[in-house]
Unconditional design. Structure first.
Length: 334
């Protein structure tokens, strides 16, 4: 990118550097890595709304991590699982009309509000809240919400019977899962996205596409898409216990692995059994998936595996070790 440099007095080439910057977030000093656009000749810094906004989001997310606060996407997910608009959700909680809108758009919630949102994440707790508190929703809205809660509770019981992967990964958001508790539905949506986009998606390549998508979204937003933990294996990063994950998807008739033979070589192809679901992934998440697909669409499984071996997170871990999302900052997709 070329820009006019006041210091040099002419149009110059620019580059992006990384430097430490501090922000005051809710009275606390937060230091983060900032990407800054500079002149390649004199080092003069240029204003970049996109880069500056991304750094501010990173600072807010660092504050959220320190204080174990929900991320904007997680607040939105809690509201949407009950089928409520922002206004209805605020009304249910007896908050101001714009409060939920502000939180979902990046404003940091106070700890009392955060505690209530965490409590209401579980459908059983929402039922308790509805029955034990005076709320501002009309009777028809309340009845509809209770019906949604009943459906969610049944779904939880179904998964608890062994259909779901309770043992798969920690439910506590941390740096190993990109500060998101593992979300099976989101993981399935990611797999279906790539399976439908590709004419032939081999399992090895699919797992690299998932890794890059989660890591890049975390790098830009401070939270992963799926909450998957990735492990160092010989062919590159793969989702932890990927065999259990893909086995569960096959049992749920979402997608399965089809084994075939081509000139003596065994091929494991991901075959989708469902359409790409709507409303699971945000536009920002889908944009990252699209970017990752376009970057690697002409790569074979061996090519993308070799490419992933060059990443710092892979190089600095050993076989079987978790590749922390800490390393996402070092990934550059040119």
């Amino acid at each position: 990118m070329r820009k006019y440099c006041e210091e040099c007095g002419r149009e110059v080439e620019t580059k992006i550097i990384v430097k430490k910057e501090t922000y005051d977030i809710c009275g606390e000093t937060i230091e983060v890595d900032a990407q800054v656009l500079v002149c390649v000749e004199c080092g003069e810094e240029f204003f970049s709304e996109e880069l500056d906004n991304a750094t501010l989001v990173r600072a807010y997310n660092e504050y959220r991590k320190r204080h174990k606060l929900l991320f904007p996407e997680e607040i939105k997910e809690i509201r949407e699982q009950y089928g409520l608009s922002q206004r209805s959700f605020a009304k249910l909680l007896n908050w101001g009309d714009k409060t939920i809108c502000r939180y979902e758009n990046g404003s940091v919630q106070d700890k009392a509000h955060n505690s209530l949102l965490l409590f209401l994440r579980k459908p059983a707790n929402m039922r308790t809240y509805l029955t034990e508190n005076e709320i501002s929703l009309g009777e028809s809205q309340k009845a509809k919400l209770l019906s949604v809660v009943s459906h969610l509770e049944q779904n939880e019981e179904y998964r608890a019977e062994g259909k779901f992967l309770n043992h798969y990964s920690t439910n506590v958001p941390c740096e190993e899962n990109g500060y998101r508790a593992f979300d099976y539905d989101r993981f399935c949506a990611m797999v279906l996205f790539f399976a439908h986009k590709s004419s032939e998606l081999l399992k090895t390549k699919a797992m690299k596409l998932l890794n890059y998508s989660d890591m890049i979204f975390y790098k830009e937003n401070g939270i992963s898409i799926s909450g998957v933990r990735y492990v160092h294996l010989p062919y590159g990063p793969v989702p932890e216990n990927f065999d259990i994950l893909f086995g569960t998807m096959a049992a749920d008739h979402i997608a399965h692995i089809e084994v075939s033979y081509d000139n003596g070589y065994e091929k494991h192809q991901v075959i989708p059994e469902e359409e790409m679901p709507e409303g699971i992934l945000s536009d920002a998440e889908l944009e990252v998936l699209e970017r990752i697909y376009n970057k690697f669409k002409n790569f074979g499984s061996v090519d993308i595996s070799n490419y992933s071996h060059k990443e710092r997170g892979y190089a600095e871990t050993k076989r079987g070790e978790i590749i922390s999302y800490f390393y996402a900052k070092d990934i550059e997709l040119n």
